[in-house]
Design a protein. Structure first.
Length: 385
């Protein structure tokens, strides 16, 4: 029995060992099958990767000309994106505008604040000056506010209102006033201007005539420069045509300077037909008439007593108008006399100008003629060789 039990135990152990080996061999066989199934799949993946990389390299070499374009789906999504972009742009523009407005407002406010500060400083300085004044020099405040008027209150009429008098004014009085004022504006003022201009022209001619002897010294030096002999002038070193020419011009200059005294006296003497003592007396009488007429017109225009008295005002304007008739009787007009005096003045200035030019030219001619070797000049002004 014991042997049987022992044999049964051994058989059980053998069965267990055999079953474990079978399972291990089954697992190994399964693993081998799985490895064989995975290897071809890995090989296929590697081949696909190689083909993709080869395509990419070929596309890069070509420069991307034949790139496949992706199919973009056109639909409501693209419209939404464009609308969003527009909204964003509008928001940015509005922000920029708001920033510009705010900066402008800030600059305007800062300017206003600066002006207000300056005004406050000025007011403070005025207050300090007013407070620092002594008591006697302080100004009293004046009430500039107007009192409110009641509804039923009436404004009193001003006492300075002009009221026409009882006496009436006729047409001749008005005509005298108009004529005297026009005569003052057109005739009297022009007469004063012409008379003043005429007197100035006569004064200039007399002044120029007083300077007629100023050119004698220039003529004397010119004679010395040409050798002292007007019939045989010598100008500088002999032997050149230019020197002969300058000698001729020097003689002409000498003759002009020598004759300046006579020419200026003749040109600057006022003709009696242009202006004489009788014309001067007439101008003075006319000036007195015009002064009286102007004085009367000023009195009629500015005297307040004539505002309410028409008869007195008309008498005044008749006196002012009398100056018109008096001026016509005397023939008070300075127009013709002023023209003649101006013509004589221009003639005098032209003659004096010619002598002045000759004097200026004499300086250069004397320098030219005295150039070279001058041996001796005698006391008489003649050159001695």
């Amino acid at each position: 029995t014991t042997m049987r039990v022992f044999l049964l135990v051994c058989l059980g152990l053998l069965a267990l060992v055999s079953s474990g080996q079978g399972e291990a061999e089954g697992d190994k066989s399964i693993e081998k099958h799985e490895e064989l199934a995975i290897k071809p799949s890995l090989r296929e993946g590697a081949a696909i990767r190689d083909t993709r990389e080869a395509k990419k390299k070929s596309e890069k070499k070509k420069g991307g000309k034949n790139k496949p374009k992706k199919d973009r789906k056109k639909g409501p999504k693209r419209k939404k994106s464009t609308e969003k972009n527009k909204k964003k742009k509008d928001k940015k523009k509005s922000r920029r505008k708001n920033t510009k407005k705010n900066t402008k407002k800030k600059s305007v406010k800062s300017r206003k604040n600066n002006v207000n500060k300056i005004k406050k400083k000025g007011k403070d300085k005025k207050k300090e000056r007013y407070e620092n004044r002594p008591n006697g020099h302080k100004k009293k405040k004046v009430n500039t506010k107007r009192k409110k008027k009641g509804k039923g209150a009436k404004t009193p009429r001003s006492s300075g209102r002009l009221v026409c008098g009882d006496s009436q004014v006729n047409d001749t009085c008005l005509q005298n006033a108009v004529d005297s004022l026009n005569f003052e504006k057109n005739q009297i003022q022009n007469f004063y201007k012409q008379k003043a201009r005429l007197i100035n022209h006569n004064k200039t001619t007399s002044n120029k005539q007083g300077k007629k002897g100023e050119f004698a010294d220039a003529a004397k030096y010119m004679l010395i420069a040409i050798g002292g002999n007007i019939s045989n002038p010598t100008c500088g070193e002999s032997g050149s045509a230019q020197k002969a020419r300058s000698a001729k011009s020097a003689v002409q200059n000498y003759n002009t300077l020598l004759n300046c005294s006579n020419s200026i006296h003749e040109a600057c003497t006022m003709p009696k037909a242009a202006f004489n003592a009788t014309k001067a007396a007439l101008l003075e009488t006319c000036a007195n008439v015009y002064n009286k007429s102007k004085f009367a017109a000023d009195d009629c225009r500015t005297n307040k007593a004539y505002l309410t008295n028409g008869t007195a005002a008309c008498d005044c304007w008749s006196k002012a108008a009398f100056g018109i008739t008096a001026a016509k009787q005397f023939g008070c007009s300075a127009t013709d006399t002023a023209k003649l005096v101006k013509k004589a003045k221009n003639k005098c200035i032209a003659a004096f100008g010619d002598c002045k030019k000759a004097e200026d030219a004499a300086v250069a001619l004397i320098h030219t003629c005295l150039a070279g070797e001058v041996k001796n000049i005698s006391a008489t002004g003649r050159m001695v060789f």
